[in-house]
Write a protein that binds this ligand. Structure first.
Ligand code: GLA
Length: 480
């Protein structure tokens, strides 16, 4: 979790941007919700390439005190420093790349106190086309980072090329699975390629730059289970707060990225953050899905593309019409996350049976879980009030903000890690109980157009109490 400058600033990077953003991350309580990495993306280098010793150098007008001083500033604030390069002769913005310079560049990153490297794939000199060719190209940097002795996370940014989801976990901590996200919920765009439904591009030759939230969800669906603790599918940086989507669309985007265990990098200018965006990304009940110790992604158990086929009446920016999804997954304490996504043009009533929700434990209703009653918790129920969010954003000092957050008793994961809060049943992580699904029954909810309902199902024992912090697998066995 962290922040990356690319989505809102592109090449307009500087020392001031990183340090002022890092102050804001701390004073808004975002660091203490887990947003720790401040990532400097492309365009940090001097224009004329490497220095006379073959070393990468930052552009002095952007970084007058060098990069070590940036990492020092971030570390002093309890944050971590992420940087960017490309496994090519140039970065995507045409600065010097690290291909065939991996050892000296890894040493530079380590000497600057870098904690994470986002490693892109532009200008790869044709070293692409089979999984092994790409694997070897990226492994060289992975090995070079290891050899520095510094713990540096590696994020591969090869947009799904050469089946990175099948080998990324061996050499890296996360890997992008699509072309670049853009600030649109369902709008298709020819600049986003690699459609899994289009057989003409099975090898993902043109990953592209205009990928909608819905496109990325459809792309990750078949490989969602490839995320494992320590190696994650990366759905790209968040667009929350950028202005191109509605509040409900941003809530859906954020919750799905969390439940799919994507790295969560804020992509907006958090120094000028709308209150609505702040109150989306600071929701601890949603973040607890992302940080659940079980560490497995939700998967999709249902996709319906016939929900609303009235394409004639749908404006261009609402293509993707008719599509609804149900995503679900097991959580460490035995709860079950369920997300109803309505990407159709109209509000809809959605439903899904317990038999379908628990398919992973046995198809056709054979999972023992189906024989229990489940309490339904709405994880958006305790979203921060907009006036509280506005007051925090408007507060003049970090102390005032801290006081307001404490008054709200807002979650602080630095003090209480999510694993502890979940184990102890901290109510701030469980939303609000809004109903019950009886054994063998069906979960139903009305879902606005372009919105998601996000639930945590909690098993109810025979005596009517919800289980707290107890593994369903153990619990089910005990009772059968
Ligand atoms: C690629 C990446 C983006 C960003 C840019 C920088 O497009 O996918 O996330 O890093 O390069 O040039």
């Amino acid at each position: 979790m962290g922040w990356n400058n690319w989505n809102s600033f592109g090449c307009d990077v500087s020392e001031n941007l990183l340090l002022s953003t890092s102050e804001q991350l701390v004073s808004l309580g975002l660091r203490d919700l887990g947003y720790q990495y401040v990532v400097l993306d492309d365009c940090w280098q001097q224009e004329n390439g490497r220095d006379q010793n073959g070393k990468l150098q930052p552009e002095p007008s952007k970084f007058p005190n060098g990069l070590k001083s940036i990492s020092g500033g971030l570390h002093d604030r309890g944050l971590k420093f992420g940087m960017y390069s490309s496994a090519g002769e140039m970065t995507c913005a045409r600065y010097a790349g690290s291909l065939d310079h991996e050892i000296e560049d890894a040493e530079s990153f380590a000497s600057w106190g870098v904690d994470m490297l986002k490693y892109d794939s532009c200008y790869h000199m044709g070293r692409i086309g089979t999984p092994l060719i790409s694997f070897n190209r990226f492994k060289t940097m992975s090995d070079a980072l290891q050899a520095t002795g510094r713990n540096i996370l590696l994020n591969l940014c090869s947009w799904g090329e050469d089946f990175v989801h099948t080998w990324g976990m061996s050499i890296a901590n996360s890997w992008r699975i699509s072309g670049d996200i853009y600030d649109a919920f369902t709008r298709p765009d020819d600049l986003c390629g690699c459609d899994p439904n289009v057989l003409s591009d099975p090898y993902c030759i043109a990953p592209g730059t205009h990928c909608s939230v819905l496109f990325i969800l459809n792309r990750v669906a078949a490989i969602a289970d490839r995320s494992i603790p320590g190696g994650w599918n990366d759905l790209d940086m968040l667009e929350v707060g950028q202005g191109g989507m509605t509040d409900e669309e941003y809530k859906a985007h954020f919750a799905l990225w969390a439940a799919l265990k994507s790295p969560l990098f804020l992509g907006n200018d958090i120094r000028a953050m709308p209150a609505a965006a702040y109150s989306i990304v600071n929701n601890p009940a949603i973040l607890a899905l992302s940080q659940d110790p079980h560490g497995r992604s939700v998967t999709r158990v249902r996709r319906d593309t016939n929900a609303n086929k009235d394409t004639d009446t749908i404006p261009l920016d609402e293509w993707g019409v008719g599509e609804t999804h149900v995503w679900t997954g097991h959580l460490q304490n035995g709860d079950q996350a369920v997300i109803f996504l309505n990407a159709a043009g109209d509000d809809l009533n959605m439903s899904c049976s317990l038999a379908e929700i628990f398919t992973a434990f046995g198809p056709g209703g054979s999972a023992p879980h189906v024989r229990f009653d489940w309490a339904v918790h709405d994880l958006w129920a305790h979203r921060m009030d907009i006036d509280v969010a506005e007051a925090i954003l408007a507060a003049g000092t970090a102390e005032e903000r801290g006081a307001l957050l404490r008054k709200e008793n807002w979650y602080n994961a630095t003090e209480t890690p999510y694993a502890d809060g979940l184990r102890d049943g901290d109510p701030r992580l469980f939303g609000e109980k809004v109903g019950v699904v009886e054994a063998g029954g069906v979960l139903r909810a009305s879902v606005q157009r372009h919105a998601a309902k996000v639930f945590r199902l909690r098993r109810i024992a025979k005596d009517g109490q919800e289980f707290k912090g107890k593994s369903i697998d153990r619990g089910v066995k005990d009772e059968l």
